[in-house]
Ligand binder design. Structure first.
Ligand code: HEC
Ligand code: HEC
Length: 464
């Protein structure tokens, strides 16, 4: 049964209902044609066993403290439960009472370059709830929760002051629809935020060998280097964030509100979406040592260049870093949305809210990007690249000499393709030919997509 029925073919199987492939690393199964295992976390411990493993590490961060306070995993059946556990509940605050929501700040973005690079948009926005960082001093302790509707995942980070590092966590929860099969409507409406039948708490170490690896982007220098909070656009005017003060970013907020009307989202009351403050996350980063970001998107400079001549040399420089496999892709130079697709998504969502369209018939709201933006977002390769160029842009971000070399994926080091063994190249060719939904398919459909011709160019290069 499929949790993610269409667009991305990124589909998690319900726990226990699909045979696990046993975590094998060697491509397609030999005999028979078992149903495709599409869960990147397949084979890892779950539930109480995984909770015990995380808590046994005795991390010193505030998220571990809350999860590990009792003798059993805390019971969570909704996002609201999780936010309450962490102390990140956002209450309506019609009179701007400073004592309400004193422990939480919030913002949202309409384009993400994290795990949701292909799914976050102004309707399926990525919400961030965080510890306030109002003074220009480091916080003693802080946490951030990130959630976008569409996937049964909540991303978390907290600092561990004693160990002087960041702890990343992933909550994989089980929406009730998993037992029968989830529709877009189950995953992309408020339905996903409650009625959970269970969850597993993963720490970054446990999922390092999966395509959801946090450290790939949050510890970009590899083991032993500094872990970082990320925000590729750090300064006003935050082109891809909910920032109602600017006409261009106001549009993103208005599209969100046109779809969602008065409903709350990610636990944020509708009335508090409008004052979304990207500055709250910027401050948290700057005050805690993350004010210098890799390959940062200088919004003001890029906007000025765009206004002057329709292109931005600054952005082209950022993109060149992603093309060369040196940095994660930057946000799109402008707004990547196709107005027609976006309007259709807003209309369909409104129809579901009003009851004129059954929830089960909601189309996939993720499909709102301009086709012409996909290469610039590095979802697809830049047109005209040769096989080597395709491998660098599509694979090197996760297969390089910086990452933890004890992970088996280090054997496929795109930076030194000439030294990669024949056997490993053959594995890569097999991985390239798997159905995109398969959890072993490369490149992972969560991040990238290749045409048949591009796939063949990559394979031809690997045959050499
Ligand atoms: C492909 C790169 C990438 C991966 C992989 C990734 N992140 Fe991030 N993450 C980002 C970026 C970029 C941001 C900034 C906000 C955005 O673009 O949506 C971010 C933001 C965050 C934030 C908000 C705090 C901050 O750093 O700004 C949290 C929490 C977070 N990520 C947690 C995780 C967790 C947990 C994982 C693993 C399960 C993970 N991330 C995997 C790129 C990544
Ligand atoms: C988002 C990160 C990511 C990207 C992008 C990516 N991979 Fe991977 N790759 C992984 C991870 C994680 C594993 C280990 C888990 C697994 O076996 O699926 C892996 C495993 C592999 C392996 C098996 C390595 C071994 O010996 O265990 C090969 C070969 C491979 N990838 C090839 C590719 C190719 C070819 C591309 C680009 C066309 C690519 N990958 C893009 C994350 C990525």
């Amino acid at each position: 049964m499929r949790l993610f029925p269409c667009l991305l073919l990124v589909v998690f199987c319900a726990c226990g209902s699909a045979p696990s492939r046993g975590g094998g690393d060697d491509g397609p199964d030999a005999g028979g044609a078992p149903p495709v295992d599409d869960d990147p976390l397949s084979g890892l411990p779950t539930g109480a066993a995984q909770w015990s493993a995380v808590c046994a590490r005795h991390y010193g961060d505030m998220i571990s403290a809350k999860f590990c306070a009792g003798a059993a995993p805390p019971s969570l059946t909704s996002l609201a439960d999780l936010e309450a556990l962490l102390g990140l509940t956002v209450r309506p605050n019609p009179n701007n009472d400073p004592t309400i929501n004193a422990n939480v700040r919030l913002t949202l973005n309409g384009e993400s370059t994290g795990l949701g690079v292909r799914s976050v948009n102004p309707i399926l926005a990525r919400a961030f709830l965080m510890t306030p960082s109002p003074n220009s001093a480091p916080n003693a302790s802080y946490q951030v929760l990130a959630f976008a509707r569409g996937e049964p995942l909540v991303e978390l980070v907290a600092n561990d002051p004693a160990a002087q590092t960041l702890r990343f966590f992933l909550v994989r929860f089980h929406p009730a629809c998993e037992s029968t099969g989830c529709s877009n409507g189950d995953l992309q409406t408020a339905a996903i935020e409650s009625g959970w039948t269970g969850y597993t708490l993963y720490d970054d170490r446990t999922i390092a060998d999966t395509t959801l690896d946090c450290l790939n982007c949050h510890e970009p220098g590899g083991p032993g280097s500094k872990r970082i909070l990320r925000m590729q656009e750090l300064a006003n005017p935050w082109a891809h964030w909910f920032y109602p003060e600017r006409p261009d970013t106001l549009q993103i907020v208005q599209d969100f509100l046109a779809a969602h009307g008065g409903e709350s989202y990610a636990g944020i009351p509708s009335s508090l979406v409008m004052p979304s403050r990207p500055a709250a996350l910027t401050q948290l980063l700057q005050n805690n040592g993350f004010g210098t970001q890799p390959n940062v998107f200088d919004t003001l400079k890029i906007n000025t260049e765009l206004a002057a001549g329709g292109t931005s040399a600054t952005w082209t420089g950022l993109y060149a870093q992603a093309l060369a496999g040196q940095q994660i892709p930057p946000p799109y130079v402008d707004n990547p949305y196709d107005r027609t697709k976006e309007q259709a998504a807003i209309t369909a969502y409104q129809q579901v809210l009003s009851g004129s369209l059954p929830r089960a018939q909601l189309p996939d709201l993720r499909d709102t990007f301009l086709d012409s933006a996909l290469a610039d977002m590095s979802i697809r390769p830049k047109p005209g690249l040769d096989g080597k160029g395709i491998l660098v842009q599509m694979c090197q971000m996760c297969h390089n000499a910086r990452l933890d070399q004890t992970l088996s994926r280090a054997r496929f080091n795109v930076e030194q393709l000439a030294q990669v063994s024949r056997a490993e190249k053959d594995t890569a060719i097999q991985r390239l030919q798997l159905p995109p939904a398969d959890r072993h398919a490369m490149p992972p459909a969560r991040f990238h997509e290749l045409s048949a011709a591009e796939r063949q160019l990559a394979i031809d290069e690997l045959m050499k």
